[in-house]
Design a protein around this ligand. Structure first.
Ligand SMILES: [Zn+2]
Length: 153
């Protein structure tokens, strides 16, 4: 018989699988007390209410721990090269359409993360160097480029 678990937040009973509950060491069946759906909405609400705080925090964290984060990532990458590649590959294969359409939306809307990606990718800037102002400037630059392209074609 399959184990089930009742989410403490929404009170709905789900199978106690990773699909419905996140991992938690001390939790019943090794799962969290709150279901993934509630967790996501909780995070979303939190994020929306604390947008500036989170941005500032991650910026500070990023600056303070730049070296150690980089070193950690490097070690992790080196130790898990094959695992990561195959994991990414599987994820990509399974979510191809989702990823492509998401990227398309990001591209069309010129979301902060998309613009940031362009900035870090081409110029070699690190997250410390990318201020919101720079994102705005880059966004305008892209818009101008796209505008010109549309006119010439
Ligand atoms: Zn729930």
């Amino acid at each position: 018989m399959e184990n089930t678990k009742i989410c403490t937040k929404c009170g709905i009973e789900y199978p106690a699988t990773l699909e419905y509950f996140g991992k938690a060491k001390g939790g019943k069946f090794g799962r969290k007390a709150i279901c993934r759906i509630c967790e996501t909405s909780k995070h979303k609400i939190y994020r929306e209410n604390n947008k500036e705080k989170i941005t500032a925090q991650s910026k500070i964290y990023c600056e303070k721990n730049k070296e150690s984060i980089r070193a950690k990532h490097k070690i992790y990458r080196e130790n898990n090269k094959e695992k990561m590649t195959s994991k990414h590959k599987i994820y990509y294969e399974n979510n191809k359409e989702k990823i492509t359409s998401k990227r398309k939306i990001y591209r069309e809307n010129l979301s902060d993360s998309y613009v940031k990606e362009l900035l870090t990718g081409k110029s070699g800037l690190s997250c410390k160097d990318i201020q919101q102002e720079l994102i705005e400037i880059k966004r305008v630059q892209i818009l101008i480029k796209r505008h010109i392209k549309n006119q010439t074609t």
